[in-house]
Design a binder for this molecule. Structure first.
Ligand code: NAD
Length: 418
């Protein structure tokens, strides 16, 4: 069984609302397989995991995380969320996750490569394009995917580029993968804006990495007003709107975010503490008077402490798990629409799925085709959930979970496994 705070909440709230019986709950909360190993590199050992949660809808799919806090329970919970995410986007895939307890920043490159290869040596019999398809996650990169593919092909003696996604383009990767999470978020957001007839376009974004920076640029290009962005060192706010391309350049040059105030460059350390352009904390960013709030960094950022102060009308969860269950209830009561992570950030796994499909078919799809397919998938998912949301009193997240669960259980029943 998965023992995780969010999953306990799932059992208490969602299972009841979805009308699940005990057998169905057990099935959803019990991973199909838990594989474990100790990886040895240069005299040191690292615990490693591959958890295969559910494959009723297709081969297992889920990233590999290299992080010092990785543990079995976390990997089990993440594998469960992957099964729900692939079901929401209606991808022909199940859910899994992998992890190694390691701080990869402390490893020389040779040891990082050896660790990546030894992960594959430990688990390769459970992986493959028709079995379980890994991808990058926290602190794992396209380069690591390439080493892993190479090791897999050496061990099995056959070419199978679809056994892993998030590869560099030169090794069978897909176009659009680099911005897929952010672009998927934009498609979901635009549907929600239409449904709510929201005219305001002021945005605050917490986190300025792959997800946060890319969505800042995509929205800016479409005429949204980016009022604030932040990273782990703090945030910058400009009442008149920031240019995220400039913020990126300033960060690249000096390691800190910034904007152009009063015609000159300001990084966080020298923007004034008052006025139309100023430095702000991550906590302040969440409570700004904006129309759209996009948490794109860490989990558990919107809590009982700050939920009542949030002024945005829509929260787009690009980060995984940024809102606690208790805060979610407050937001729902305050009529704030929360677009949950398993839908809002599903663009990443959707384009990963496209990469796998291109590899299996020996094809290369162009950028426009991929973007259109991504839009179709996420807009369809959004509208399916919205129809239910419109007809019952549950919050949008609950309706999203119920849609995913129903799809998984329907596949299980038809296979006679339930
Ligand atoms: P990233 O490492 O590229 O960027 C993370 C950003 O968060 C950085 O700008 C970092 O400075 C910032 N950050 C760290 N601590 C912070 C803090 N205390 N306050 C504010 N900002 C802080 O990571 P990413 O790939 O952009 O992922 C961000 C979130 O999106 C994660 O929750 C991840 O699980 C989720 N996500 C990402 C993808 C993807 O394809 N990149 C897909 C699905 C979900």
């Amino acid at each position: 069984m998965i023992l995780n705070k969010t999953i306990i909440h799932f059992r208490k709230k969602i299972a009841g609302l979805a009308g699940l019986n005990e057998t169905e709950i057990q099935l959803l909360l019990t991973p199909n397989h838990i594989h474990k190993a100790e990886l040895e590199v240069n005299g040191k050992t690292y615990p490693a995991f591959r958890v295969q949660h559910n494959n009723a809808r297709g081969p297992y799919k889920g990233g590999i995380r290299f992080h010092p806090q990785v543990n079995e329970d976390e990997v089990k919970a993440l594998a469960f969320w992957m099964s729900l995410k692939t079901a929401v986007a209606d991808l022909p895939l199940g859910g899994s996750k992998g992890g190694v307890t390691v701080n990869p920043k402390e490893l020389p490159i040779e040891e990082l490569e050896e660790l990546s290869r030894s992960y594959i040596r430990a688990f390769y019999q459970h992986l493959g394009s028709a079995q379980d398809i890994p991808a990058p996650d926290v602190y794992t990169t396209p380069q690591i995917m390439s080493w892993m593919l190479d090791e897999y092909e050496k061990l099995t003696g056959k070419k199978d580029p679809g056994m892993i996604t998030g590869k560099p383009l030169e090794n069978g990767g897909s176009l659009v993968r680099d911005i897929a999470t952010a672009l998927g978020g934009v498609y979901v957001l635009e549907e929600a804006i239409q449904k709510l007839s929201l005219s305001g376009k002021r945005v605050a974004i917490q986190g300025f990495g792959n997800a946060g920076m890319n969505i800042a640029k995509l929205l800016f290009d479409q005429g949204y007003k980016i009022l604030a962005v932040s990273d782990s060192k703090g945030g910058v706010y400009n009442e008149k709107g920031l240019d995220p391309y400039q913020a990126e350049n300033i960060k690249k040059a000096g390691g800190l975010l910034g904007c152009y105030c009063l015609g000159s460059v300001c990084s966080i350390k020298d923007v004034p503490s008052e006025g139309f352009c100023r430095g702000i904390t991550n906590e302040e960013l969440l409570e700004l008077p904006v129309d759209i709030l996009i948490p794109s960094a860490l989990s558990n950022q919107i809590t009982v402490e700050n939920a009542a102060n949030i002024k945005a009308k829509i929260i787009l969860e690009l980060a995984n798990g940024p809102t606690t269950p208790e805060a979610d209830q407050i937001l729902h009561t305050n009529n704030i629409l929360v677009l949950p992570d398993i839908l809002a950030n599903a663009g990443g796994v959707t384009v990963s799925c496209f990469e796998w499909q291109q590899n299996l078919a020996n094809e290369k799809w162009d950028e426009q085709t991929i973007k259109q397919k991504l839009k179709d998938k996420l807009v369809t998912a959004f509208n399916q959930i919205w129809t239910e949301y419109d007809q019952n009193e549950h919050d949008f997240r609950t309706n999203t979970y119920i849609l995913a669960i129903k799809k998984i259980l329907a596949a299980e029943k038809l296979k006679g496994r339930l």
